[in-house]
Design a protein around this ligand. Structure first.
Ligand code: ADP
Ligand code: F6P
Length: 320
């Protein structure tokens, strides 16, 4: 293989730039030509492709977001558009593709392999940490640290007023952002999609905390459970308290990537380039017990996402 392409797809995640930089610089160092594809599969179909060199990735390792831009491209699920993408890749002579994104983006890699025998490698880039085959996805650590910053600030004001505050965090159907930031931020109550919510129990805990002298609670709510405003209404009805809500939203997706995400992005990228160099395709890279791994893309997509049960229990047991 002589020419490879790289794109970012789906929601951006801090650390994507570190991965792009490493794909380009490592790829060139092992004799490849590297092409950057803009705006994910949309740019691929539209031929928005440019040759990258070492200088085109200067000064980006510390930046959140993605310099290649990203997009969602629902039409890529259709064979017709996948065929168009293959035609574009062939026209540029690009023989292998690195896709940085979440499970949706990985399905594109799988389709290119199954329908056209085209080799693609998936790098897990999403703040959600919702891919079961890898311990961590790129961007998760930075997002959790951003949530922690918010918890710290909110705790100052909530404690001063003896208030209860619901902080809604992202993660789709995965509770990891809530669990990890809840543990590190000392959350009093943690609500995640993987565990059924008991409103009576939650209200009782808030009232019991008050009796115990804990007059201010931080409730970390995963977006996959319900909207913060809905929860607020239910809890206010049951406790008689006036509760505040903060929806962190896209703030969690931006910002300077942490050291962990820059290192992870660089390590993922090197593995992805090595796989293409060895003419391997339809694989996903990941990290298990601090070792960079690669698995079949179908296996990556099928791996069950398990709740970090011990960490979840730890948050609960330390919240008394
Ligand atoms: P993420 O990659 O973060 O999970 P999405 O689920 O939005 O984000 O998927 C990103 C893009 O991946 C989609 O907009 C689409 O272009 C592509 N994609 C998603 N599902 C499929 C699929 N089943 N087949 C082919 N491509 C897909
Ligand atoms: O997958 C990343 C993510 O930020 C989720 O946590 C969130 O549910 C979703 O994307 C938000 O998507 P959008 O950028 O389309 O609002």
């Amino acid at each position: 293989m002589r020419k490879i392409g790289v794109l970012t797809s789906g929601g951006d995640a801090p650390g994507m730039n570190a991965a792009i930089r490493a794909v380009v610089r490592y790829g060139i160092s092992v004799g490849l030509e590297v092409y950057g594809i803009e705006r994910g599969y949309k740019g691929l179909i539209g031929g928005a492709i440019k040759r990258m060199d070492n200088r085109s990735v200067s000064g980006i390792i510390q930046r959140g977001g993605t310099v290649l831009k990203t997009d969602r491209c629902p039409e890529f699920k259709e064979l017709k558009y996948q065929k168009r993408a293959i035609d574009v890749l062939n026209a540029f002579g690009i023989e292998g593709l690195i896709v940085i994104g979440g499970d949706g983006s990985f399905r594109g890699v799988k389709d290119l392999k199954n329908n056209f025998q085209y080799p693609g490698i998936g790098i897990p880039g999403t703040i959600d940490n919702d891919l079961g085959y890898t311990n961590y996805t790129l961007g998760f650590d930075t997002a959790c640290n951003t949530v922690l910053w918010a918890i710290n600030n909110l705790r100052d004001t909530m404690t001063s007023h003896d208030r209860v505050c619901i902080i809604e965090v992202m993660g789709r159907k995965c509770g990891d952002i809530a669990i990890f930031s809840g543990l590190a931020g000392g959350a009093e109550i943690l609500l995640v999609p993987e565990v059924e919510v008991d409103l009576e129990k939650t209200s009782k805990k808030i009232l019991q905390n008050e009796i115990k002298g804990k007059k201010s609670d931080i409730i970390i709510l995963s977006e996959g459970v319900c909207d913060a405003e809905v929860l607020k209404e239910e809890l206010e009805k049951r406790t008689g308290l006036s509760i505040r809500t903060v929806k962190l939203g896209h703030i969690q997706r931006g910002g300077m990537p942490t050291m962990a995400d820059r290192v992870l992005g660089s390590r993922f990228a090197v593995k992805a380039v090595d796989l293409l160099k060895q003419d391997k395709g339809a694989r996903a890279v990941g990290i298990k017990n601090n070792k960079i791994i690669d698995v079949d893309i179908e296996e990556a997509l099928a791996a069950p996402r398990e709740l970090s049960k011990s960490l979840y229990n730890l948050v609960i047991s330390l919240s008394n």
